[in-house]
Design a protein around this ligand. Structure first.
Ligand SMILES: C[S@@+](CC[C@H](N)C(=O)[O-])C[C@H]1O[C@@H](n2cnc3c(N)ncnc32)[C@H](O)[C@@H]1O
Length: 392
């Protein structure tokens, strides 16, 4: 797969934007002796201030953007998340919510509205996003959807010193920079990026110590060597990310929902070209250099790695299940029982949302929910229906 031939042409502004980001990356490559690893490339492509996909003006999420997420297309998803939050907030007493990577702010708005309905509002709803550009969009969404609740929302530049409550991360892990690697004759090569003949190109180099160790850990855990030519991804930033969370989280729960797999499936032979994908105007492709700054780049999440990093940081993994089972545990069925009170259009809309979120061929099984806790022993409804932790 490469850049689809029938994508709409770029406007002059889009071309200029892509070229400016390409220049920035070329300079970075030149200052690093002609080669950068994929994770650094991805970090620049997505988050370079003023240029990266998430850090510049592109519309990104939603029907008019490049891809949609559950909170964008199915508010009942966020209402279920709110129910899980309400349960934890009631157990903890005086507690807050902190959402990582809030995107357009759609989930924040619906969660706050649902918590207001349940009379379970937190004192503060904090948002921590690596993209400063999205902050304005989040503020506009909240001001528009629930102006009466917007004053509870606080934007943070870093994790608080001490936090009690619920941390939420929906489709954040897939947007973290990953290293790409290839197995060549038993050695671990890093797939990186060079500048050749006036363009960005893939280039392999012997993997560094951290990448080599991570791949050998994967092979040990799945009980076999990865085959020659196998290409995949590994997120080396999970350990520091969870160390930060473990330092901040005094009591409470982190809920991470994303598309991903346990390690054995993630590194199965049939996934021998990896999981990295780019999204542009609701089409996907595997050429991250093609429309720089204009398309999203993401990869599937290795949930075993996420759970392992959380545990290594001293946190407890208290739940792992499919999105469908998580939503059922949170009571998506009770929303469906409201349908009698709705008109036909609302009923159809609600059942469309429920199908999209829970059917195995849609988001129901591809997406998983992981619950991580510290100093929190009460059961979590979202994980009460089906426990899949043995697969991690
Ligand atoms: C795919 S979007 C998902 C947005 C939103 N959560 C949703 O579900 O619609 C990824 C979001 O995560 C943010 N992000 C990526 N890495 C992050 C990190 N380490 N900490 C906080 N936000 C992050 C991005 O800026 C972006 O807002």
């Amino acid at each position: 797969m490469s850049l689809p031939a029938d994508l709409p042409p770029l406007t002059p502004d889009e071309s200029a934007h892509a070229r400016a980001l390409e220049d920035r990356i070329r300079v970075e490559i030149e200052t690093r002796d002609g080669w950068i690893g994929f994770a650094r490339f991805m970090e620049l492509a997505l988050y370079e201030p003023g240029l990266g996909y998430y850090s510049a003006g592109a519309h990104k999420l939603g029907a008019a953007g490049d891809f949609v997420t559950a909170p964008e297309v199915a508010p009942v998803f966020s209402r279920c998340v709110a129910r899980q939050c309400a349960e934890v907030l009631a157990t903890l007493g005086d507690a807050d919510i902190l959402e990582f990577g809030a995107g357009s702010g759609a989930m924040a708005a619906t969660v706050l509205e649902e918590l207001a309905r349940l009379e379970a509002l937190p004192a503060r709803y904090c948002i921590l996003d690596v993209s400063a550009d999205l902050r304005e969009r989040q503020q506009a969404t909240l001001a528009n959807a629930c102006p009466q609740l917007a004053d509870r929302v606080v934007w943070l530049d870093r994790l608080p010193d001490s936090f009690t409550g619920v941390m939420l991360a929906n489709e954040v892990l897939d947007a973290m920079p990953v290293e790409r690697f290839a197995i060549r004759g038993g050695t671990v090569n890093a797939l990186g990026v060079t500048w050749q003949l006036g363009r960005l190109e893939w280039s392999e180099a012997r993997g560094g110590a951290a990448l080599e160790a991570a791949v050998r850990d994967i092979e040990r855990e799945i009980g076999r060597a990865l085959p020659d030519g196998f290409v995949s991804e590994v997120n080396l930033t999970l350990a520091p990310w969870f160390r930060g969370i473990a330092t901040a989280l005094a009591h409470g729960v982190l809920l991470a929902i994303d598309y991903g797999l346990p390690r054995r499936e993630y590194y199965a032979a049939e996934r021998r070209t990896g999981t990295m994908l780019c999204h542009y105007r609701h089409r996907f492709h595997d050429d991250p250099f093609g429309r720089l700054g204009l398309h999203d780049i993401g990869s599937w999440v290795d949930f075993s790695a996420v759970a392992g990093a959380a545990q290594a940081a001293g946190l407890e993994v208290t739940g792992f299940t499919t999105q469908a089972h998580f939503l059922i545990g949170c009571g998506i069925g009770t929303f469906m029982s409201e349908v009698a009170a709705l008109d036909l259009v609302q009923r159809l809309n609600l059942s469309r949302q429920a199908m999209l979120l829970t059917l195995p061929g849609e988001m129901g099984e591809r997406f998983k929910a992981l619950g991580v806790t510290r100093g929190y022993d009460a059961p979590l409804s979202g994980f009460s229906v089906r426990d899949l932790r043995h697969l991690l």
